[in-house]
Design a protein around this ligand. Structure first.
Ligand code: IMP
Ligand code: MG
Length: 179
């Protein structure tokens, strides 16, 4: 275990098993359909890498970079788009890949942004969901785990850009936040 970690919430094994389950559902739902995965960087990069390998429906991948500036500095939840899509999504089946949905501002912003561009279908897949902090109502089509903890790191999720590489989901020791 990493020296800054207080507790592991979900192990690598639990996360990988859940990703297989999600991929099975996606494979069934998008059978014989063209699929585009749109990934919200940077947090969802790990999730995409593992999920995409388990999806057997032919699909392309594109990236959006969004920031809630920053998690600890902007509790009102302003979202900023730093990089937009490289391809048109008009008439395509789009699945948004997100790491965690917290108050919902980020995913709602991206959802509305993509909706304007005329996709054939638009759905959301998030690995983690913290529904207790939700400020904006949004339908999540595929959810991996409900998370009760206030702030978690690992498996793509960061604190000050660190800990994304941990293969598990964890909470940090309280003294880490004091630095
Ligand atoms: P929302 O706009 O509050 O739904 O926040 C979503 C974004 O905030 C996610 O894409 C993450 O990048 C970040 N975030 C929310 N909760 C956590 C957390 O517990 N740990 C790390 N990042 C988080
Ligand atoms: Mg983030």
């Amino acid at each position: 275990m990493h020296k800054d970690v207080q507790k592991i919430i979900l192990t690598e094994k639990q996360i990988q098993a859940k990703i297989q389950e999600l991929a099975k559902r996606i494979n069934a739902d998008y059978k014989n359909k063209d699929l585009v995965l749109i990934v919200i960087l940077r947090g969802a990069a790990m999730f995409l890498a593992d999920l995409s390998k388990q999806i057997n429906v032919p699909h392309t991948i594109d990236f959006i970079v969004a920031t809630r500036y920053g998690y600890h500095d902007a509790p009102r939840g302003e979202v900023k788009l730093i990089k937009d899509l490289d391809q048109s999504i008009s008439g395509k089946n789009i699945l948004i890949i997100e790491d965690i949905v917290d108050n919902g501002c980020t995913i709602k912003y991206i959802y509305d942004h993509l909706k304007q561009r005329g996709p054939k279908s638009l759905k959301i897949c998030t690995l983690f969901d913290k529904p207790y902090n939700r400020k904006i109502k949004i339908k999540l089509d595929y959810t991996g785990f409900l998370v009760q903890e206030e702030f978690v790191v690992g498996y793509g999720l960061d604190y000050k850009q660190k800990y994304r590489n941990l293969p598990y989901l964890a909470i940090l020791k309280p003294e880490i936040y004091k630095n």
